[in-house]
Design a protein around this ligand. Structure first.
Ligand code: NAP
Length: 263
């Protein structure tokens, strides 16, 4: 499926950067959002080299005004047909074994959950215009099978799954398509700071292909890899002892990176 105008948050790295490259083509307008000017600039340059017209949005996704203004400026250039709310951070149990603090949990929920909801509302008027557009929330398998070492992260992603699926149904008659993406382990800066086992890890490019394939089929939930996705879906109805068994070996710590510091 060829999109003409797309906004991607968290485009300066990992999955977002891979999506930007996969969507870059002559005639496409890409609005790329991140906070690190050097990394965002490099992604923008590579996308422009593939023929895309690129607009960079250098701001924190929690800045609602900047988000709204940027979305409007991109949509003014070309009718917006896809918005991918992908920016996110990981926090949780630290290497010394301490649990996340109240401040860390709040910061994470603001970034992963509330800012993604703000993205949705910034995009909606533009997606409603014309023949209808598409919105993707990037959640995680952790939203289906909560991780004891990352409670706020898991809650943020569970919130996105609920919010996205509810909105999908609410907007069905209006021809605005909403999907929720649930990746497993994907190689990125985030996973480099996930200190523990990462079964079924795939590259960011492979993840971008799976996401775009799911979006082209307007899937409600785009989850991968297959076996972990279905194990996560079923875990919610499994007895607690089965869930515990399934989680064995998946304990982890979150390294130095907290998504806020320059790397
Ligand atoms: N990697 C995995 O295994 C995995 C699995 C499941 C779900 N996910 C989800 O996939 C998404 C992308 O993660 P990733 O693995 O690609 O991680 P990543 O390489 O660390 O990239 C995260 C991106 O989000 C941006 N970001 C974070 N906080 C932001 C903020 N407050 N304002 C603006 N941008 C912000 C970062 O921008 P700057 O660096 O420029 O600030 C960066 O571009 C996240 O939502 C993550 O939860 C990842």
């Amino acid at each position: 499926m060829a999109y003409d105008a797309v906004i991607i948050t968290g485009a300066s790295s990992g999955i977002g950067a891979a999506l930007a490259q996969a969507l870059a083509r002559p005639g496409a307008t890409l609005g790329l959002v991140g906070r690190d000017a050097r990394r965002l600039g490099a992604v923008a340059e590579a996308a422009a080299a593939r023929g895309a017209k690129v607009r960079q949005g250098l701001f924190d996704v929690r800045d609602r005004e900047a988000l709204r203004a940027f979305t409007e400026s991109v949509a003014a250039e070309a009718p917006l047909d896809l918005f991918i709310a992908n920016a996110g951070i990981l926090d949780g149990r630290t290497p010394d074994g301490s649990m996340e603090t109240s401040d860390a949990a709040r910061n994470l929920l603001e970034t992963n959950l509330l800012a993604s909801v703000d993205c949705f509302h910034a995009a909606l008027p533009h997606l409603r215009a014309g023949s209808g557009g598409q919105f993707a929330f990037v959640a995680s398998l952790a939203g289906l099978a909560p991780l004891p070492d990352a409670p706020a992260y898991s809650a943020s992603k569970a919130g996105l799954i609920s919010y996205g699926l509810a909105m999908r149904e609410a907007l069905r008659a209006e021809n605005v398509r909403v999907s929720v993406v649930c990746p497993g382990y994907v190689t990125s800066q985030m996973t480099r700071n996930h200190l523990g086992a990462k079964p079924g890890e795939i590259s960011a490019d492979a993840a971008a292909q799976r996401i775009l394939s799911g979006l082209s089929r307007n899937k409600a939930l785009i989850g991968f890899p297959f076996h972990l996705y279905w194990a996560s879906r079923l875990s919610i109805v499994a007895p607690e002892w089965v869930r515990r068994l399934g989680m064995r070996g998946l304990s982890f710590r979150v390294g130095r990176y907290d998504g806020q510091k320059p790397r």
